[in-house]
Structures are given as structure tokens and as C-alpha cells.
Design a protein around this ligand. Sequence first.
Ligand code: NAP
Ligand code: F7E
Length: 323
Amino acid sequence: MKKAFITGITGQDGSYLAEFLLDKGYKVYGLTRRTSTQNFERIKQIVHHPNLQLVSGDLIDQHSLTYAIKQIRPDEVYNLAAQSFVQASWEQPVLTGEFTALGVTRMLEAIRLGYPKAKFYQASSSEMFGKVREVPQKETTPFYPRSPYGVAKVYGHWITVNYRESFNLFAVSGILFNHESPRRGLEFVTRKIANAIARIKLGKQKYVELGNLDAKRDWGYAKDYVQAMWLMLQQDEPDDYVVATGETHSVREFLQLACQAAGISDWQSVYKHNPKFDRPAEVDLLVGDPTKAKKKLGWKPSVDFEGLVKLMVEAELEMERES
Ligand code: NAP
Ligand code: F7E
């Protein structure tokens, strides 16, 4: 039985990846932080699965990571844990650096010292492209991060490449563009809009307050993206890949389509601008070129932009009707 170790298992991607690997017959170990109340909402369907084991630790605590790797001796390690909210990275830049940047080195050290045979996946991000140097962005596009989060991810990316080249580890970096789902945190714009529009439709809320509607993103479906992570670790050679849909849409388009999906005819009547959600430095346009992932991994997205908006709004309508 293959063994996988996932950091960030309680997050959006970690929960989908754990389900995907359990379905494939893996024994899955998930790193969780101790909290005063349990935070297992996204893993509630699998938490009692006989092949899932939760392991206590923290990306800031080297000992817990090294101990876990030594004990488990996993075939595959997916480092998905991070402070992942861009806006929060201006409020907590040092913590973001500790988790999102140095946390990667701690995981790599744990593998180097504890079980160097393990294959390592690092969750890199399109935020590394920031003020983009090239459209669309591909594996060779230079980075120009625009937030403490983006800067931390550039560090995580290069330390992964460096450990591959220095210590011959099977370490890969997936440069994933935005991917969303009903399990997305409520602070991210897609889930925030989908949830607010459902509540407005049901008469629970009047407006949705947003920042910059002109920002454009390449949005895909999270379930598709965790498959790409796994495929990267099944290759003969470690390499880095862009994972994206190749399409870009504005926040305004997301809002318009969400209103349409809920049967709200005038989107402007439910929207207010709130400068609190504007960013000190914005990433204006992201659009990825997934050619390499398509050719080498045989990966392709199964849900398009319209399908994603519809799926998210429908899920929120169902959840809000029940609550
Ligand atoms: P998410 O929902 O915010 O999940 C983050 C996970 O990291 C949670 O399980 C969280 O645990 C855990 N975590 C945070 N700090 C930790 C620490 N110090 N020690 C241990 N665990 C810690 O993020 P996501 O959307 O699933 O994204 C997964 C990864 O992909 C992240 O690294 C993110 O930066 C990256 N990424 C995401 C996207 C995207 O569009 N979703 C795109 C590119 C890259 P708690 O539940 O305890 O908070
Ligand atoms: O913002 C604009 C905002 O917070 C998207 C993370 O998973 O993807 C994510 O980062 C855009 C930005 O995601 C609001 O200014 C307008 O331009 O949903 P977001 P993000 O910053 O793109 C990357 C790939 C990651 O790696 C990250 O971990 O939407 N926007 N109004 C708003 N954004 C938010 N959150 N809230 C608003 O009210």
C-alpha cells in the first residue's frame, strides 16, 4: 500500500487530495495543527476512514515534521499547508514568511534527514508571476511577486528547485493558478461572491461589498487541480508544471454570472464597492499556459468558467437553504 503525507489536509486542496488518494488505495497521513476547537469541516466525510491517519504538527516546528517523516516513511509528500490568503499577507508578513516560505525548507529538511526517498510536491502559485512579464504565463516566465505571500511562494519555489539540484531529491513544484470550489475559504472572492449572491437571493442579505472588479484571474476547479499534483509525482523525472485553464475572466464577470445563475437580473443593484478590499499592490491579470501539463502529464481541466460559477452558486443556495 502506497503512503502519502499531506500538510494542509484541513484546507480546500488537502481535503480533495486526501479523498482522491484514498480512492486510489493509498494510506493517507494528514498533518493537523492543535486548535482549541477541531477544524475538520472539509474532511468530515473521511475523518473515520480506516486508511486515514491524522498527525499532529506545525510547519513552524521542525521537530514535528522530521519526526513525522521518520516515522511514516511516506512514498509521497504533498506540502499544501501555508498562510494562503494574499490580503492577510500584508497584515502578517512575518508569519506568512515563516509558514509559506521557511515552512517549505523545514519540510525539505525533514525529508532530507528523515526519508530522502520520499517524492515531494510543493504548492507553488501563479501569484509568483504578479506584475506579469509575459502573457500567458508559463514555466519559464520570470517572477515578479506583488505581495508578501507572492514573495514567500517564490522562496518556496526556488528552495524546492535547489533541494532537487543539491541533494537529488525527487522534488517538484506545481505552479497552480487560482482554483476554487464550494470548499474554498469564505474570504476568497469566488466563494465570497457565490455565498453572498445565494444569501441575497434568499433574502438573508442585501449587498455584496467588494474591492477591485477589474482584476482578471485564470479560475479552475480545485478537484481537477489535485489530480495534476498527483500526476507530477508519478513521472520518471521531477519537473515543474503550470496548471491552469488558459482562460482569464474578471471579478466583474464572476459577479455577473453568479447573479445570472441565481436569477438576479440586475447585478449592479446588489453590489457595493468597499475600498477595504482593495490591495496595496494588485495583480491585474493572470492567465496560464498549461501546454506542458497537458502534453507531459496528460492533464486537462473538466470544468469551464461558466460551469464553475454555476456549481459554486448552486452549492451555496443549497447550503443556505438548509441553514
Ligand atoms: P487553504 O484552504 O487556505 O488551506 C491551507 C492549509 O494549511 C490548512 O489546512 C491550514 O490548516 C494549513 N496550515 C496553515 N498554516 C499551517 C501551519 N503553520 N502548520 C500546519 N498547517 C498549516 O489553502 P488551499 O486553497 O487548499 O491551497 C493549498 C496550497 O496551495 C497552499 O499552499 C496555497 O498557498 C497554494 N495555492 C493555492 C491556490 C488556490 O487557488 N487555491 C493556487 C496556488 C497555490 P488550518 O485548517 O489549521 O488552518
Ligand atoms: O482574490 C479581487 C482581489 O483573494 C482574487 C489564493 O488561493 O489564488 C488566490 O489568491 C482577486 C484579487 O485570490 C475582493 O483584489 C475584489 O485581484 O480570491 P482572491 P488571489 O489573491 O488571486 C492564488 C493563485 C493563490 O496562490 C492564493 O493562495 O479578487 N477582489 N474584491 C477581492 N478579493 C477578495 N478576497 N475579496 C474581495 O472582496
